[in-house]
Design a protein around this ligand. Structure first.
Ligand SMILES: NC(=O)c1ccc[n+]([C@@H]2O[C@H](COP(=O)([O-])OP(=O)(O)OC[C@H]3O[C@@H](n4cnc5c(N)ncnc54)[C@H](OP(=O)(O)O)[C@@H]3O)[C@@H](O)[C@H]2O)c1
Length: 348
């Protein structure tokens, strides 16, 4: 089983490589600078793995670098602009593809652009295999099996601690600042629309704390309606985070920041992702995902997904997580890494 990591010397990629090293897989590292890729391999303690040089912009070099892979894990953000080229090359070489993107419009464009090509090539394309999109999308499926169909779902992301975003995440914020400011796409009766004001302005967390929230382009807004019968889906985050993201750090200053949070900071971070669903009669249901360390969890999610794709667990096409994997089985696998989930269908 050959798993290739593209953008292999980035902060997230090194966590992915560390996670891959714990499994019996063959590895290939691809980046646009050989010295940086070698340094990343050394930093993770990888010796002897195949290494190639390619940029997303050079299709011929990219195809040569990805050829022979069973799965490509693309960690080269921002994905807006460069991601489609990597998807195209993976499909061309007949490899399954996944990435760690959190960029909502990019995710939608992958569904819109590559569905037919992926099916035709017999490969699975799974954009946004990250800490938020995969567990929340899978939980939405379990919620729907117990209490659906739904009139409305609100997805809330609340993160505390963690030492702040990586340089790559800050660049992705810059690349998508217009969508961030507008609140992103909401799903409204069969269509994704921009500019809809968020219906919820506060969310009560499982610990009883009430937080002010505001619309942000979350990826699950794109994936959940593909397998859950629902009229309306929106994504929100803490209003204070949205305000901070609206004042992005300029590119020249990002370069001077640490590449990402330290392991200590990551271990101190807590995330809570809440799915508040309401059925057509107004009955509420809630699903909650909780865990620690968003970047570490993304590495575990991406590697678990890659191994399942390589094992032939999924059908071809561009898929939402719950279309690709058994929801309970995947969430069980994540529970061994500190992720927990609950479903409450009997809310007062
Ligand atoms: N929940 C979420 O939404 C979530 C969670 C985790 C990660 N992410 C996303 O994952 C991405 C990676 O983050 P990070 O912190 O690892 O970023 P990073 O440290 O900046 O790493 C990005 C990597 O991609 C490479 N790259 C960028 N553009 C390229 C191109 N056109 N061709 C070839 N290589 C290219 C860079 O190469 P050079 O070193 O040569 O520049 C670098 O190796 C970000 O977009 C982040 O938002 C999202």
């Amino acid at each position: 089983m050959l798993i290739t990591v593209f953008g292999a010397n980035g902060y997230q990629a090194k966590l992915v490589l560390g996670e891959l090293s714990r499994h019996d897989v063959d590895l290939r590292l691809v980046g646009r600078n050989a010295e940086r890729v070698d340094a990343a391999a050394a930093a993770v303690g990888i010796v002897g793995a195949d290494r190639r040089v390619a940029t997303a912009e050079d299709h011929t070099a990219l195809v040569a670098a990805l050829a022979g892979s069973d799965v490509v894990i693309n960690c080269a953000g921002p994905f807006t602009g460069s991601g489609e080229a990597v998807v195209r090359a993976a499909i061309d070489v007949g490899a399954h593809y996944l990435d760690t993107s959190g960029e909502q419009l990019y995710l939608k464009s992958i569904f819109d652009t590559f569905a037919g090509a992926a099916e035709h090539a017999g490969v699975t394309v799974l954009p946004s295999a990250n800490d938020g999109c995969v567990p929340t999308d899978l939980l939405a499926q379990l919620l729907a099996e117990q209490a659906g169909p739904f009139a409305e779902i609100t997805i809330s992301h609340v993160i505390t601690g963690g030492g702040g975003p990586s340089r790559g995440s800050l660049r992705s914020v810059l690349a998508t600042i217009d969508a961030m400011s507008m609140g992103g796409l909401a799903y409204d009766n069969g269509h994704w629309r921009t500019g809809l004001p968020a219906r919820r302005s506060t969310v009560t967390l499982p610990d009883g704390r009430s937080v002010d929230v505001a619309g942000l382009p979350l990826c699950e807004v794109i994936t959940i309606p593909r397998h859950v019968q629902v009229g309306y889906v929106e994504g929100v985050v803490e209003a204070s985070l949205k305000a901070a993201l609206g004042r992005p750090i300029p590119t020249e200053l990002i370069q001077n920041l640490p590449e990402g949070p330290t392991e200590l900071d990551r271990n101190r971070q807590r995330f809570t992702y809440v799915l508040d669903a309401v059925d057509p009669e107004g009955k509420p249901t809630r699903g909650v995902i909780q865990g620690t360390d968003t970047y570490g969890t993304t590495a575990v999610v991406a590697v678990e997904a890659a191994r399942r794709l390589a094992a032939g667990e999924s059908k071809p096409g561009v898929l939402a997580p719950a279309q690709a994997f058994d929801a309970t089985g995947f969430l069980e696998a994540l529970s061994h890494h500190g992720l927990s989930w609950t479903i409450d269908t009997d809310m007062a």
